[in-house]
Write a protein that binds this ligand. Structure first.
Ligand code: COA
Length: 160
């Protein structure tokens, strides 16, 4: 695996990050992660959000964005090009966020994703990823996604 460089997201590389997100969109026959509305939301949110991108051989292959909450952070969006999955890139992006959160004396990082009982195989993997990093399921948000799907709020407690 070539060197993975993590950089701050900026107005130029965020466009490449959006291209990564677009590769993870639902297609008709295959189930993937994001739906087209999620991409539209990312297009609106990324320019006003902070985050990091992962770069391999000068190409953006992953991204993470976050929002600042009262005593912690909310991980808003994360994605890695499918051909780079399971190479430690997602973990590196979250580790960078954890470092920042600790510098800012945050107590936790929260994330929302599809609830386990509604998760397909792909979202099952996403939940496995968050759990491996140490996020714990905190509460079920009933019908939080388009009034249909239950979501789960997961929290990574940070020891200062
Ligand atoms: C979730 C995601 C960002 C993980 O990125 P990644 O670079 O593949 O993850 P890593 O390689 O850093 O994985 C770290 C650990 O998480 C766990 N994990 C990751 N992917 C997994 C999978 N498919 N199945 C089971 N465990 C998994 C493993 O324990 C892994 O460590 P290991 O490979 O040493 O066993 C990536 O799968 C992705 O882009 N998913 C689509 C978008 C998405 O789901 N975004 C979140 C929406 S809420």
């Amino acid at each position: 695996m070539d060197k993975i460089i993590i950089k701050n997201m900026d107005q130029i590389n965020l466009k490449q990050a959006l291209k990564v997100a677009e590769t993870l969109v639902h297609k008709k026959e295959e189930s993937k992660w994001f739906d087209p509305e999620a991409i539209e939301t990312m297009e609106k949110e990324f320019p006003n959000q902070r985050g990091y991108v992962a770069i391999v051989n000068d190409n953006v292959v992953g991204f993470i964005t976050y929002k600042i909450k009262e005593e912690g952070l909310e991980l808003s969006w994360i994605g890695v090009l499918e051909k780079y999955h399971r190479k430690g890139i997602g973990k590196k992006l979250v580790e960078k966020l954890i470092l920042y959160a600790k510098e800012k004396k945050c107590k936790y990082i929260d994330v929302e994703t599809v609830a386990p009982h509604h998760a397909d195989e792909n979202y099952g993997r996403t939940i496995a990823f968050y759990k491996k990093i140490g996020f714990k399921e905190r509460l079920i948000l009933e019908k939080a996604d388009k009034g249909i799907w239950d979501m789960v709020s997961m929290r990574l407690e940070l020891k200062l």
